[in-house]
Design a protein around this ligand. Structure first.
Ligand code: ATP
Ligand code: MG
Length: 112
């Protein structure tokens, strides 16, 4: 199993969600976060003026998937989140050791 953590532009959440549902992802977690990448959040242009902000609003999406779905999920996220501009975001993929559905006690991929 893999745990996918994607940081995307908030405006792309609906498109990314739709893409994930389309490939059969059944559960996910989102949160509003703040962060910066290589440009250190300094390239935001507002009304024609470039100004300095260190932390920019992003959305974090977390998904636990069976190993075989990880690549498909990453590609779905990437293609739906991409605008081609800086700040489009990142996808991190972690090995997931275990999962457990609290209601039934199911473990592993059956719990996803
Ligand atoms: N190394 C990192 N570790 C954790 N979070 C990161 C890292 N790099 C970026 N992020 C998160 O992803 C968000 C988007 O990053 P961003 O897309 O600007 O990365 P980048 O490396 O600067 O690429 P680009 O040049 O396309 O802008 C950041 O605001 C931050 O929340
Ligand atoms: Mg950046």
């Amino acid at each position: 199993m893999k745990y996918i953590v994607a940081i995307i532009q908030p405006s792309r959440l609906a498109a990314v969600h739709e893409a994930l549902v389309a490939i059969g992802i059944e559960g996910l977690t989102t949160s509003e976060v703040q962060g910066y990448g290589r440009q250190k959040g300094k390239t935001e242009v507002y009304r024609g003026t470039e100004y300095t902000v260190n932390f920019l609003p992003k959305v974090k999406i977390e998904i636990a998937v069976d190993g075989g779905m990880a690549e498909k999920a990453c590609e779905a996220i990437r293609s739906a989140a991409e605008s081609g501009k800086i700040g489009d975001g990142k996808i991190f993929v972690l090995d997931l050791e275990s999962a457990l559905r609290i209601r039934t006690g199911e473990i592993g991929a059956a719990a996803l």
